[in-house]
Write a protein that binds this ligand. Sequence first.
Ligand SMILES: Cc1cc2nc3c(=O)[nH]c(=O)nc-3n(C[C@H](O)[C@H](O)[C@H](O)COP(=O)(O)OP(=O)(O)OC[C@H]3O[C@@H](n4cnc5c(N)ncnc54)[C@H](O)[C@@H]3O)c2cc1C
Length: 235
Amino acid sequence: MQGTRQPTSPPAAYSPTDRTVPTRSADRASYDKELVHAILDEAYVCHLGFVRDGAPVVLPTLFARVGETLYVHGSTGSRPLRMTGEPDPGLPVCLTVTHVDALILARSAFHHSINYRSVVVFGRPRAVESEGEKNAALEAFTEHIMRGRWAEVRWPTPEELAATNVVALQLDEASAKVRTGPPIDDEEDYTLSVWAGVLPLRVEPGAPEADPRLPTGTPVPDYIADFDLSKRNLP
Ligand SMILES: Cc1cc2nc3c(=O)[nH]c(=O)nc-3n(C[C@H](O)[C@H](O)[C@H](O)COP(=O)(O)OP(=O)(O)OC[C@H]3O[C@@H](n4cnc5c(N)ncnc54)[C@H](O)[C@@H]3O)c2cc1C
């Protein structure tokens, strides 16, 4: 259209909506896409919430992000996936991920807390029908579990693809919330002689344990032996 400047790159933030602005500690909320992506990509598990037969249900499940799409998969018998993807667009869902970064040990019981990074996404997933997109989603799941794996393992057969339900949730209505820093005690409690501070927590990989049916002497690939959780999403 003449005289209209088209944006050259997508917006860097999700637009806040009535339901993505926290009532409390709104200063800890963010809509920055890079932050939302980073929190999602670091998580192995999301929690998928929806209303079933008039009551809320929240189920933990694996997921993967490709651009602005989140994929959730399961067997064709999986109830939440049958309900969320059909009819298209499916039921309203709320998907969350959470990282616990530290324990916040305050001087008072009341101010004990946790340092965290979390994301909340609202939307209506669509069922992924095309074999190409389903295959791409399965590649994303595999690479989300361990980068480098897809190139090495056997790829899904048409039968396996047919037996797999995949739903896609668009990242349109999303928020992140992050707490960092030390405890926030009541001013008069800072004189109490009780230790206060932050105890960082992190998830670390252990030593690889070979499958008992692996032929003896099969070497552990470098990308597994050298796996560094903190670098798993870096290019
Ligand atoms: C590990 C962990 C522990 C927590 N512990 C507590 C606790 O003990 N007590 C407590 O009050 N709060 C806790 N929170 C924060 C909690 O998730 C809510 O943010 C908080 O209760 C404020 O709710 P609200 O009434 O403002 O939310 P609402 O006003 O209902 O939130 C409105 C919208 O804001 C966004 N939003 C709210 N919270 C989050 C979030 N955490 N991440 C991303 N988007 C969000 C969502 O889009 C949501 O729909 C914790 C969070 C985490 C991750």
